[in-house]
Ligand binder design. Structure first.
Ligand code: SIN
Length: 323
């Protein structure tokens, strides 16, 4: 059992919550109400999503559509715009928190990007759904209601994700199931808390750390570094890595087997890449656990996809000499 910190105040903070829409299944529709998988993501606006939650009708909420995409297609330009809009609204004194509606597929990548760039002193709550808005039992409206409750929680800070009643910290959150409504997990860390009838019961500290700063994302996205993920597996070859290096890749994350082991053919090619000055970060392809041992590297506790975001951020120029 996680140690139970005192529950935060069940009295929601007054002030404005801004909901930024980016698409996803939460905004998806299907032709048949019973169809939970044959749908098109990103069809409804964030305003439509709010209408489906009568409990929020009287609340001080502003809605803004930042993007409208299936998050499998998330890209640098959308990340840049989203981070700018989040930062803009966080700077407003009357805003107590931000909710971002997002697809589930790359939610953990966006969560990590926003946490590292902004490390916000107010809550930024990513929310999603596994079933489209037209489902018989859509999970989006309850998730949205819970996300707004977290955004209004006194003392809340940092980037978190809220799904199926659980709150996950940006650095721990993982999508772990292909279709279940309760598809997210925080691995060994466990969830940060749970939302119970509109009140957060918290088990762990809010995400913290020094922000890299919005300037980190300021450049033309066409100039952002190219970071790829490669995987070690039975029969792995080095040709893919050599082709990436020849094509100009700027950084590599390897999803290694187990506690960081690599097929010898892949290891050889990665050593060549590293010798050519390309950073190579090691992670595990295991669903849970961290790399343990000497010289595990900077991504030992990260998923391959979050490590890719982190390496991308490290390779972007640091305008004011931030970390
Ligand atoms: C998406 O990630 O945009 C589609 C899938 C989902 O939201 O569950």
């Amino acid at each position: 059992m996680p140690s139970t910190l005192p529950s935060t105040s069940p009295t929601p903070l007054p002030g404005t919550v801004v909901i930024l829409g980016t698409g996803g299944t939460i905004a998806g529709t299907s032709a048949a109400a019973g169809d939970n998988v044959g749908y098109t993501a990103a069809q409804r606006t964030v305003g439509d999503l709010l209408v489906a939650v009568p409990a929020l009708a009287a609340a001080a909420i502003e809605a803004e559509q930042v993007a409208q995409l299936d998050s499998k297609d998330m890209d640098a330009a959308t990340w840049q715009r989203l981070a700018q809009r989040v930062a803009h609204h966080l700077a407003r004194a009357e805003v107590v928190g931000i909710v971002v509606t997002h697809g589930t597929d790359t939610l953990e990548e966006t969560a990590w990007l926003l946490q590292r760039v902004l490390a916000p002193a107010k809550p930024v709550v990513l929310v999603a759904a596994m079933r489209p808005a037209t489902a018989l039992a859509a999970d989006g409206p309850q998730n949205l209601l819970d996300a707004v409750a977290v955004a209004r929680t006194a003392g809340a800070r940092g980037v978190v994700a809220v799904l199926a009643g659980r709150v996950h910290a940006a650095g721990a959150v993982r999508k772990v199931h292909t279709y279940r409504a309760d598809a997210f997990d925080s691995g060994d860390a466990g969830p940060l808390g749970v939302v119970e009838e509109g009140a957060l019961r918290r088990f762990a500290d809010w995400p913290a750390g020094a922000p890299l700063g919005l300037d980190r994302l300021a450049g033309d996205v066409a100039d952002w570094p190219w970071v790829e993920i490669v995987t070690s597996h039975a029969g792995a070859r080095g040709d893919g890595v050599r082709a990436l290096v020849a094509a100009g890749v700027n950084g590599l994350v390897v999803a290694a087997t187990g506690n960081g082991t690599l097929h010898q053919a892949l290891a050889e090619a990665l050593d060549e890449a590293a010798a050519a000055g390309i950073p190579v970060w090691r992670t595990t392809r295991c669903a849970a656990g961290v790399l343990v041992g000497p010289e595990v590297g900077p991504a030992a506790a990260m998923s391959p996809w979050q490590a890719r975001v982190e390496l991308l951020l490290q390779l972007l120029p640091s305008p004011r000499g931030a970390n």
